[in-house]
Design a binder for this molecule. Structure first.
Ligand code: ASP
Length: 441
């Protein structure tokens, strides 16, 4: 095997005991040379994540001119970890400097939020005896807030080339004006991918608090099986539809490298976890379905017009109406004389839906327009179904037997994904039926 980049999430960094588990994992394999860490997460259900407290610090500065009271809670968490680990480190001095910077005019929500990862990495580097390298020196955003991938890659190569055994904070970098900028929430997963690409790792290990991706949401099926391997494309489809173990954007930096990602559990390091492999590498041959994911609360704008298929520009005109309202189209199932536009109901606040329907009537003069609300979408994803017949039949039969009415069907052209729409109230039952059909028989 070769070089590994390991990213540890918030639960793995939540307290001194968990820092100890991380250390055991790192030291058990000398190939684990580059470590990316999140800020300490929740210790139990009632706890507050450090990142959330840091955003509150920034709000306090705006409202009250000081974050002192909220920062005290953060200070206690970090000093507690350093004390419990018995580290020789002047954490109070680092915390004083951090509090001052959040209070100062150089601060911003991104700067405040980034300090959780910064402090976490400083402590972990000290604890492991590794070198600390600040993500601000490695990760660069452009003036529009997008990652400058080429610049970043060059920086990582230049700064880390001759280094071994390094800890890097996740979640943030610097923009071209020199200001700290974060990724979206959960973004340390993206940092891990970027570092793994930059240092030419052989494997990106993403250590979290579950033993990999479950076939479906364990809140619905508590004993759902763990997926042993899935492709980048399957991951993308499942993440888009709500599976949330890994940040949905974390695969993008790795696509060109074809590097696998291994999701592992810090609290059960003996488990193999889920391996995410490049599309084309395949998953096990006998597997039809890899995973089931879904989301509630979609609205379906159903449009009917005779001879719609002969009308040049019909779909474009309908989509322009939606675009003018700045709304994303999620799916677009169509028939010969029918078109359904599926959008997230959250985007349709304050009478927007009425405006859209009226504008569609004006623009394309349909015979009939109707809006279906409270629709849940469920994606059944599997690289294996592209080569087999009968998968859709099994899904539909299982749902018919359970008396679940299907309101919409959409199959992606990759043939790796069948999406069905059902009433929100049938969502859990529908996932249970599909899981039973493919994994309990
Ligand atoms: N700490 C950040 C968050 O809570 C980033 C991360 O953990 O990946 O979103």
């Amino acid at each position: 095997m070769g070089l590994k980049v390991c990213k540890f999430g918030g639960t793995s960094m939540a307290n001194a005991e968990n820092f100890g588990k991380v250390k055991d994992i790192i030291l058990s394999n000398p190939e684990r040379k580059f470590v990316v860490v999140s800020a300490p997460g929740k210790r139990d259900k009632t706890d507050i994540k450090i990142t959330d407290m840091l955003y509150k610090c920034y709000d306090d500065v705006v409202k009250k001119g000081s974050c002192h009271d909220t920062f005290k809670l953060i200070r206690d968490r970090f000093t507690g970890i350093v004390k419990d680990l018995n580290l020789d480190m002047d954490i109070e001095a680092v915390l004083d400097e951090t509090e001052k910077a959040i209070d100062s005019e150089v601060s911003s929500p991104d700067f405040a939020a980034s300090r959780g990862e910064y402090l976490s990495a400083r402590i972990m580097a000290n604890y492991l005896g590794f070198e600390f390298v600040d993500a601000a020196e490695l990760i660069r955003f452009d003036s529009r807030g997008n990652l400058n991938a080429i610049y970043t890659d060059d920086k990582i190569k230049a700064k880390l080339e001759d280094k071994e055994y390094v800890v890097i904070p996740g979640f943030y970098g610097k923009n071209s004006a020199g200001k700290i900028k974060t990724f979206s929430r959960g973004g340390s997963d993206i940092t891990g991918s970027i570092i793994a690409k930059g240092v030419g790792a052989e494997l990106y290990e993403n250590w979290t608090d579950v033993s990999g991706f479950s076939v479906c949401d364990p809140r619905i099926i508590p004993d759902a099986k763990i997926i042993d391997s899935l492709t980048y494309t399957e991951l993308r489809e499942l993440s888009y539809m709500g599976a949330s173990v890994l940040h949905a954007e974390a695969i993008f930096p790795l696509i060109s490298t074809k590097m696998p990602i291994n999701i592992r559990n810090t609290f059960r390091p003996q488990d193999k976890g889920t391996m995410i492999v490049p599309t084309g590498c395949g998953t096990s041959a006998d597997k039809v379905i890899t995973g089931i994911a879904g989301k509630k609360n979609f609205s379906v704008i159903y449009i009917e017009k005779s001879l719609m298929n002969n009308e040049v520009g019909f779909v474009r005109k309908v989509l322009s109406v939606i675009e003018h309202h700045g709304i994303c189209v999620e799916h677009l199932p169509s028939g010969i004389d029918t078109l359904s536009v599926v959008v997230s109901s959250e985007e349709l606040k304050d009478g927007v839906l009425t405006d859209i329907v009226n504008e569609i009537r004006e623009t394309v003069a349909p015979d009939y327009v109707h809006v279906l609300e409270n629709v849940a979408l469920i994606a059944t994803v599997g690289h294996g179904m592209a080569r087999r017949s009968g998968t859709a039949a099994r899904i539909f039969k299982a749902l018919a037997d359970a008396n679940i009415n299907i309101k919409l069907i959409d199959q992606g052209s990759s043939e790796q994904n069948i999406i069905i729409g059902v009433a929100n109230t049938d969502y859990e039952k529908c996932i249970d039926c599909i899981y039973t059909e493919f994994f309990r028989k």
